[in-house]
Design a protein around this ligand. Sequence first.
Ligand SMILES: [Fe+2]
Length: 460
Amino acid sequence: MHRIIIAYLYLAVHVATGQDMGYHPGKYPGRIIMSWNGMPETSRTITWWTDTTVTKAEIQWLVSDASSNLAEKAQNQPVTTRRAVVEGITAHFHTAHLKGLDPGSVYTYRVGKTDLWSEWFQFNTIDHEAPGLNFIYLGDAQNDMRSLWARTIRQAYTQSPKADFILHAGDMVDHSNENREWGEWFEAGGWIFASVPQVLVPGNHEYVRSSSGDSQRLCDYWRNSFTLPENGPPGLEETVYYLDYKNIRLIVLDSRDMLISEAHSKTQAQWLENILANNPKQWTIISHHHPIYSARGNRSGYDMARYLQPLYDKYKVDLVLQGHHHSFARGRKVEEVGQSKHEGPVYFVSNSGPKMYDTNFAGWMERVATDVQLYHIVNITGDRLTVKTYLVNGKLYDQIELVKNKDGSRQFREIKVEGVNERLDFSHATYGADIDTSEAYRVLYKKRALEYMKRRKARE
Ligand SMILES: [Fe+2]
């Protein structure tokens, strides 16, 4: 009887706290994620995990057909399987590379092995006839991914189901060595992750914190769970890389690594300069986790900025997509604020999860929001780039446009969103956020907010 009671209590506690949630690898494929490792326009890479009993996995794939006898028509392709112990959990990680894909097509695939298959997923290949491209950009997910972040990625996908890819600007989880957190993140993304290429940027929380608070080791989940380009500097494969797709060059940097030492900063900056100097694409977009300009009340900028920002100006980078400061800020270097013609990039700081910080209303900001979860849809069509910023409930909050002239100069325009008030509330402290909640700081915050609103009104 005692045993039954203990078992019941054990079960009750687990159900009530959500512990585990079955986020361990099993015989069926789990954590299936699509990404790019090779040529983005003609390939896809699929990565998933299982328990160690699955030693020989496969992918079956074909151009999608309306008939249901997909298995009979599909080609079977072997995949690579690697046994790894990730933060204490032993699993098999499987990777499949689909190459030579035809443009403008819908393909379908499933992964696994006999009697242990995933569902069939479908994906679209590049459409050269379509005018331009779209992608989704998301800031930090980080906390309560299952409960509170799931709606962000699902709303973003609903808004832009034909997105060419989804960019995550770092801090997808809070404790990168905790399996449960990755389990939540994968559950929230679900079949979207298996159907749209995910472009992943490492944040500080993808590094494992030691007992001294130091975080210099990339978590083991990163290189096992994701298969990303390996064209970065030696030793930084899959965290520093670039992708060429249609008329954009998208560059991912590892800002946490840059902050480890000056030598690390120099390594990435030298690599970046080469990639920027030899760039045949019309548009250049860069993403890294830590922002060039601070968006937080009590934080200054980061040292890596002095290596990167001059390169951004020199090579006329168009967009810099960042996270880390848990609010929304969009702006440019101070001299360009309010101007239509500009030389430097447009900088974004964003936040897709539930953790909220305050903002510093710094001079570089042209648009701000606090206490918001949001997502962005970037559209690039020929010589025109637009970024639409949506609140998680699907309401448009901000919209900008860059037009590139033949001589490479650019015109900037904010397209005013009518009937949307600025969201500048003083943030409630969440998830251990170290916000100064003293009365003196609240007064200062309010003063800064009023000054910011004055500057905005003056530009209208
Ligand atoms: Fe961060």
